[in-house]
Design a protein around this ligand. Structure first.
Ligand code: TYD
Length: 155
């Protein structure tokens, strides 16, 4: 992923990490709350063994949760949908993650056999924070836009 890439979807953004490149003795990547990551990290999870080429993960949005997602090995495709704009990103650089803020529908697919995904979150697990129905997500986005007075066609 090009670190100069412009994200068109709302509630997202690139998260470049601090890197200490020390090859051939290894690279060290740093994500510190209040520095590279904007929120206090309350939960960390990772996903590995993505042996099924056809696997699709995510397919939900969160009401309040802030997440930072990193592909720390291999690659995968991250599709983002803010209820208005959609964007597809290839994550293949451990040095740069992506913010998945509240109300951002996200889907992960196209995993390389060696893909490892790391996710940092600002809150403990809470199933009631998930929106798993896309029609409900779109409805909630429209309701929120209406409530905040955001014009449908504004950039
Ligand atoms: P889910 O967030 O749907 O995974 P993905 O977005 O990668 O497809 O979570 C899958 C299952 O794991 C679901 O039953 C909830 C559970 N889970 C926890 O119990 N705690 C957690 O921190 C996470 C992320 C998931």
């Amino acid at each position: 992923m090009n670190q100069k890439l412009k994200l068109r979807v709302r509630h997202s953004g690139l998260i470049p990490l601090q890197c200490c490149r020390d090859l051939p003795d290894g690279n060290l990547f740093i994500a510190e709350a209040g520095r590279q990551v904007s929120f206090a990290i309350k939960r960390v999870y990772f996903i590995n063994t993505l042996a099924n080429r056809a696997a699709v993960r995510g397919r939900h949005a969160h009401r309040r949760l802030e997440q930072a997602i990193f592909c720390i090995n291999g690659s995968f495709t991250l599709q983002l949908d803010d209820g208005r704009a959609k964007q597809r990103l290839l994550l293949n650089d451990p040095a740069c993650g992506v913010r998945i803020g509240p109300m951002l529908w996200h889907t992960m697919s196209g995993f390389s056999y060696d893909c490892v995904i790391l996710v940092l979150c600002d809150a403990p697990f809470d199933e009631s924070d998930y929106i798993r129905d896309h029609a409900e997500f779109v409805r909630l986005c429209q309701t929120r836009r209406h409530r905040t007075g955001t014009r449908r066609l504004s950039p």
